[in-house]
Design a protein around this ligand. Structure first.
Ligand SMILES: Cc1ncc(COP(=O)(O)O)c(C=O)c1O
Length: 366
């Protein structure tokens, strides 16, 4: 890649429409984020020196955590160097040996690994299936109960049925954790996330998220009650045992992103207008886009080689979108993952639709 992230990118020397990144709001190369990172580097340098508990927090960390908490309507947040390590740190703080964790079968790998690190017993329920979750919750279980789900599922673009999950968790005295890595900046009022989208603010016990997707920077975070966030700060091994915490420049960039989102919902509206337009055109053409309800749109090829061919032929036609194959998705469910962004122009979307129509027809996908 020889350009910044954007609606179009230069890939292997060729300009292509970029339908592959999680840069949902086009913030990854926004001048406000670039300036914030540059001035933090000038003021504080590049390397954090050691973990934040040892070398100290920079002002940008504290400001980011405060303003992100206000944006998410949470008591507190704690920033990590990635969404992946936020899950590695949070889940073992919430549950341990002797406890039981209930996990959607399509939850992200970092949730699966976080549960392994917690040494809890794990019960996997069928994707989005509340009967399956209830069946599991009804069985006798040891210790504390914790239900974990993605808010927006990263390969299918569908949504966790959070209102039903909140009810079930109440009925069976379980806590609920939502990983909203693909929901923050995308779902809910002004991009406040999937929990806000469902009107459930204050009813989910804790959230994890990413600063590297819609927020356009690098990093991850945990958002929830102050006491739990403090407990995570003092117990999370992925927070404590690293001298690579979120660098001050990226805390500053993420802070600039939070400020942009808190001030205006313009980008989120543009994202959704693009998504609705693009999805409408794909539906007209007759593509199988599964159960997507978000800017993540799977275009199913099923066969792995067909998915790879689809991606290659699209690149030749001027569009970059990645094939998702095993082990990222289950066998037999290979697909192209097409991601719409606020950074796309109508022309970008039309070019993508035309390329998909041409290649899809040639490959007999429509
Ligand atoms: C649902 C989910 N959780 C967590 C992560 C990890 O976040 P990050 O990319 O910030 O490490 C991802 C992304 O890859 C994700 O899709």
């Amino acid at each position: 890649m020889q350009s910044p992230q954007g609606g179009r990118i230069i890939l292997d020397g060729k300009e292509v429409v970029n339908m592959a990144s999680n840069n949902y709001l086009g913030l990854a190369n926004d001048p406000a984020l670039v300036r914030a990172a540059q001035s933090a580097i000038e003021q504080y340098g590049v390397g954090p020196g050691a973990g934040r508990g040892i070398a100290g927090n920079f002002p940008a960390h504290n400001e980011l955590e405060r303003e992100l908490a206000a944006f998410k309507a949470a008591e507190a947040t704690l920033a990590f160097n990635s969404g992946l390590t936020a899950n590695y740190g949070l889940i073992p703080t919430l549950a341990g040996k002797g406890d039981t964790v209930y996990s959607d079968e399509l939850n992200h790998a970092s949730i699966i690994d976080g549960i392994r690190l917690s040494r809890s017993e794990v019960k996997v329920f069928r994707h989005l299936d509340m009967n399956s979750l209830e069946e599991q919750l009804r069985q006798p279980a040891s210790g504390k109960k914790l239900v974990i789900t993605d808010g927006v599922f990263s390969m299918d673009g569908d949504l966790a049925p959070l209102p039903d999950m909140v009810q079930l968790c109440r009925r069976y005295a379980a806590r609920l954790m939502v990983d909203d890595a693909h929901g923050d900046g995308v779902m809910g009022r002004g991009g406040r996330g999937t929990v806000e989208h469902f009107g459930l603010v204050g009813q989910v016990d804790v959230e994890s998220g990413s600063l590297s997707k819609a927020l356009g920077a690098v990093g991850g975070f945990v958002a929830g009650p102050a006491e739990l966030v403090e407990q995570t700060r003092s117990q999370a091994r992925s927070f404590i045992f690293t001298s690579s915490p979120l660098p001050p420049a990226f805390a500053a960039a993420a802070l600039a992103a939070v400020r942009i989102l808190a001030a205006s919902d313009e980008r989120v509206k543009k994202l959704w207008a693009n998504r609705e337009y693009f999805m409408g055109r794909l539906k007209e053409l007759g593509f199988n886009t599964g159960s997507s309800k978000t800017p993540i749109i799977p275009v199913y090829a099923h066969d792995e080689e067909a998915a790879r061919q689809l991606s290659l032929r699209l690149y030749e036609a001027g569009v970059y979108s990645q094939a998702m194959t095993f082990p990222i998705v289950p066998r037999g469910q290979a697909r192209l993952r097409v991601i719409v962004s606020a950074a796309h122009t109508r022309e970008d979307l039309d070019l993508t639709v035309a390329a998909l129509a041409k290649v899809g027809r040639a490959m007999k996908l429509i």
